[in-house]
Design a protein around this ligand. Structure first.
Ligand code: C2E
Ligand code: MG
Ligand code: MG
Ligand code: MG
Length: 277
């Protein structure tokens, strides 16, 4: 087959492609053992309000691989989603984040913080999800009012009725919901109003070229205006420069996350950051 393939077709025995496939299948096998080997860790990235007050953090998963070093979620989350390893991983993230939230409830400077947790489509749409969350909240004694789940547009659209049901059940416990990477997917306006979300999170790809890129500036302005008229909070991710922050603030953005404010960091560094503010 490979021999007869003409130009402009992907050859089966492309060595670089083979190397990528090899890495992928090695990682896939190793992912199965990563939890019990204690190789996962959560980093925390601070979030600030318009008055530069620390309001919370987003928990971001990292895989400390014994040979490859720190692996970013962009590489291993897609693999785990395709193989259902995401289910135990997602559970580990939830348990670890809730344990952290419960620990922070004892600290004077950390007790008021919100914690954002990313939830994958597979994890969210499994029938046991709500029970799992209830169970983890009870056993960790974390305050659900401090917990925000970050969902993406595509997972919401996978099954809108299931999403509506789960969000409203979990909101009864006091939890909050944010729509992550907003603007990159295809959510319809009707969907947005039926979901009882608390927050829209503007994707960093729209923030990157602010304020000079006119198209991105127009999109961001429209998102903020719409969010405000729907009574939703708005947070911008990937804020790296003062010029981006100033533009977002001038359009009425109420919260910020990005390297300008602080990078994702291990819990010890995050706690030091909090006490240093
Ligand atoms: P996300 O939820 O949209 O997270 C924001 C990403 O932007 C993070 O990448 C963060 O490190 C990065 N970021 C923050 N500030 C800046 C900035 O100023 N500039 C730039 N260029 N980037 C910035 P990260 O940590 O690599 O995570 C990537 C994605 O992986 C996340 O995107 C999320 O979709 C997924 N992810 C992370 N942790 C988890 C998890 O525990 N569970 C699930 N299901 N997905 C996760
Ligand atoms: Mg997120
Ligand atoms: Mg995001
Ligand atoms: Mg993103």
């Amino acid at each position: 087959q490979a021999k007869t393939a003409g130009r402009n077709t992907v050859r089966f025995y492309d060595p670089s492609m083979q190397a990528a496939l090899d890495r992928r299948s090695t990682l896939e096998n190793e992912l199965r053992h990563a939890i019990k080997r204690g190789e996962f860790t959560l980093y925390y990235q601070p979030q600030f309000d318009h008055a530069h007050r620390l309001i919370g953090a987003e928990a971001l998963l990292r895989w400390q691989h014994p040979r490859h070093g720190l692996i970013a979620p962009e590489e291993f989350i897609p693999i785990s989603e395709q193989t259902s390893i995401i289910l135990p991983i997602g559970r580990w993230v939830l348990e670890t984040a809730c344990a952290q939230l419960a620990a922070w409830s004892h600290g004077e400077r950390t007790r008021g913080l919100m914690l954002g947790v990313n939830v994958s489509a597979r994890q969210f749409h499994q029938p046991e999800f709500v029970d799992q969350v209830r169970h983890v909240l009870e056993s960790s004694r974390a305050n659900p009012q401090r917990l925000t789940f970050e969902l993406t547009e595509s997972m919401v659209l996978d099954d809108v009725p299931d999403t509506i049901r789960k969000i409203s059940t979990l909101k009864e416990l006091g939890m909050h919901f944010s729509l992550d990477d907003f603007g990159t997917g295809f959510s319809s306006f009707s969907c947005l109003t039926r979901l009882s979300l608390d927050q829209l999170k503007i994707d960093k790809s729209f923030v990157l070229n602010l304020p000079d890129n006119g198209a991105d500036a127009a999109i961001v302005t429209a998102i903020i205006t719409m969010a405000r008229s729907l009574g939703l909070n708005i947070i911008a991710e990937g804020v790296e420069t003062e010029a981006q922050r100033v533009f977002l603030a001038s359009q009425g953005c109420n919260a910020y996350q990005g390297h300008l404010f602080g990078r994702p960091m291990p819990v010890e560094a995050f706690e030091a950051f909090v006490s240093g503010i």
